[in-house]
Structures are given as structure tokens and as C-alpha cells.
Design a protein around this ligand. Structure first.
Ligand code: 13P
Ligand code: SF4
Length: 301
């Protein structure tokens, strides 16, 4: 990144009273200029708590939408309107209605959903708090979507019946990690710890030493005495950990890239902040209902 761009961003931030939030999968130059980096849960809390007038959300569509829902009086901008999470498109309001009628159980919307889906949810969750949310719900049977792997993880940790909606929803970035990858990694690096995201396949999760959200993985690396750690999630987190921890050997279980996350660039960030363009808008009624599900998540945790 050019030094001038760095000055542009700092100047624009001050002049406009803006804050930059960046997800752990963003390219490093964006993470470097962000006021706050984190996982979906941490970023939604940062969005909830900010005093700034403008939130530049460097992540994907559903994350920026969540920030807009929590801040109806603020301007939320996203560097690229093409940063669209393909998994969030695997579920819609109609599917939630039908599942609730069929099973008569509360629906937990993974934060990776659009506002219309959250608006029909009893509560939201992220990968960092899904276990607490499901545990604290007053029902032994729970619907959860769109990630079937996360639903399996929640069932495994809570002992409750967690029905995935839809049956086979998944994130292509995490579905790419296979059992064979873990077997090869164990053989080639018997001294390494393997940590993966709960969006990975159940068989991969079962073989890992630790399963957690992106920020929980960062904490694991920080607190562990292991010299070599193999990461099963999007490459942005691997790059970030390599930068933060030059004292450790950080390897990727497989190079898996989220194209949606990489749509945001420094040039786009500078442009949208100076123009105050790419404003994220959510219909008021939908936003009010979706906000209840997000706030219930904060209450339950
Ligand atoms: P985290 O909440 O763990 O950061 O995950 C977000 C996400 O999109 C994972 O694919
Ligand atoms: Fe969506 Fe998967 Fe990308 Fe996360 S990693 S934003 S779930 S496609």
C-alpha cells in the first residue's frame, strides 16, 4: 500500500468520524488500516458499541447488514457490493417458515444469513457463541441454518437435537477441507497441532485438536506452547497469524480462499469512504424484527 493511501485513510477517518471494522479474512492491507479486526461476533459487538457516525465494514454483505441493523442512525458502507457470501444465499424466509411449521421448534439463524431470514429467527448465533445460544434456548429441539456442519457441531457440543435448514447447507471455502488433508498433515507434521473452523465437515472436526471461530483460533495460537500449528480455515487468517506470530510455524491445512471476502480492496475502501457511497440499506420493518433476533443472541450469551 502506498503511504499516500495510508494518509488518505487516516485523514478521511478523522474528517468524517468514521471507524473501519475488518473481518479476520480480509486482505492484510485492509486489516492493517482497520480500527478493529475480529470474528463475526466481535465485529457485531464493535458495530453495536461504536460512537462513530460512519462504519466502514470490510467483510461480506451479511456482516455489513448486521452492522446496519444494529445502527439504524449511522451510515454503514461496504467497500465492494460484490462481497456477497454464497452460503448466506442458501437459505431464505420461506424455508424458515416451512421448517418452523414442520418441526414446531425455534429457529437459530447463523449470522451468515440475510436480514429477511434473521427477521424470522428466534435468535441469531455466530460460530463463536452457537454452543451457548443453543444450550440456553428453552427447547431440546432446535432448527439451525444455513450451515449443516455448524448444526452438527452445536448438536455434538450440547447434546440437543439440532436440525439443519436446509439439510446440506455449507460454505464452499470450508467444505474444501477433507479428511485426507488431515491425514496427510498428521503424517508430514506429527509435531503440529491442527485447528479448524466449525464450518468444516464433521469428519474433519472430529480429527482436529481444536475447533473454533476465527478469533478463537487466534486465541488458541496465542495461548499455545506448540511451535507448529496447522490452520483449517480461509487463507486470510493464516496470513494474519503468520504476520502476528513470526516465532511460530503456521501452516495451512489447504489453501482455501473466500473470493467474496477478497472483493474488498484498499482502493475501493478509499473511494467509498471519500464518496460515502456503497451505503448498506435494510428495510425498516425487516431490520426491526432482525434486530430482536440479534439482541436475543447478546442476551443469551
Ligand atoms: P467467524 O465468525 O468465525 O469469523 O466466521 C465467519 C465466517 O464467515 C466463516 O466463514
Ligand atoms: Fe461465506 Fe464461507 Fe466466505 Fe465465510 S468463508 S464469508 S461463510 S463463503
Amino acid at each position: 500500500m502506498f503511504v499516500e493511501q495510508m494518509f488518505d485513510i487516516e485523514g478521511l477517518k478523522k474528517a468524517k468520524n468514521a471507524v473501519i471494522l475488518a473481518h479476520n479474512y480480509q486482505i492484510l492491507p485492509i486489516q492493517n488500516v482497520a480500527d478493529f479486526t475480529g470474528d463475526s461476533l466481535e465485529l457485531s459487538m464493535a458495530a453495536r458499541d461504536t460512537d462513530s457516525n460512519i462504519i466502514v465494514f470490510c467483510g461480506v454483505d451479511f456482516m455489513a447488514e448486521t452492522a446496519a441493523i444494529l445502527n439504524p442512525d449511522k451510515k454503514v458502507l461496504i467497500p465492494s457490493k460484490e462481497a456477497i457470501c454464497p452460503m448466506a444465499m442458501q437459505i431464505n424466509a420461506d424455508m424458515v417458515k416451512k421448517a418452523k411449521e414442520k418441526y414446531n421448534a425455534p429457529f437459530v439463524a447463523y449470522v451468515n444469513t440475510h436480514a429477511e431470514t434473521k427477521a424470522l429467527a428466534d435468535v441469531c448465533c455466530t460460530s463463536a457463541n452457537v454452543v451457548k445460544v443453543v444450550e440456553n434456548l428453552d427447547s431440546e429441539r432446535v432448527l439451525l441454518g444455513p450451515d449443516a456442519n455448524l448444526a452438527w457441531y452445536a448438536a455434538e457440543k450440547t447434546g440437543k437435537e439440532v436440525i439443519p435448514v436446509p439439510q446440506y447447507g455449507n460454505c464452499c471455502v470450508h467444505q474444501a477441507f477433507k479428511v485426507e488433508d488431515v491425514m496427510v498433515a498428521r503424517k508430514e507434521h506429527p509435531d503440529a497441532k491442527i485447528i479448524v473452523h466449525p464450518e468444516c465437515r464433521p469428519d474433519v472436526q472430529k480429527l482436529a485438536d481444536f475447533v473454533g471461530s476465527t478469533s478463537q483460533m487466534i486465541k488458541f495460537v496465542k495461548n499455545s506452547n506448540d511451535k507448529k500449528i496447522i490452520i483449517g480455515t480461509e487463507i486470510g487468517l493464516v496470513e494474519r497469524l503468520r504476520k502476528d506470530r513470526p516465532d511460530k510455524i503456521i501452516l495451512s491445512l489447504r489453501e482455501s480462499i473466500c473470493r467474496a471476502m477478497k472483493k474488498n480492496t484498499i482502493d475501493k475502501l478509499v473511494r467509498i469512504l471519500s464518496e460515502e457511497s456503497n451505503v448498506v440499506k435494510v428495510d425498516n420493518k425487516i431490520a426491526e424484527r432482525a434486530k430482536m433476533a440479534i439482541e436475543r443472541m447478546f442476551e443469551l450469551c
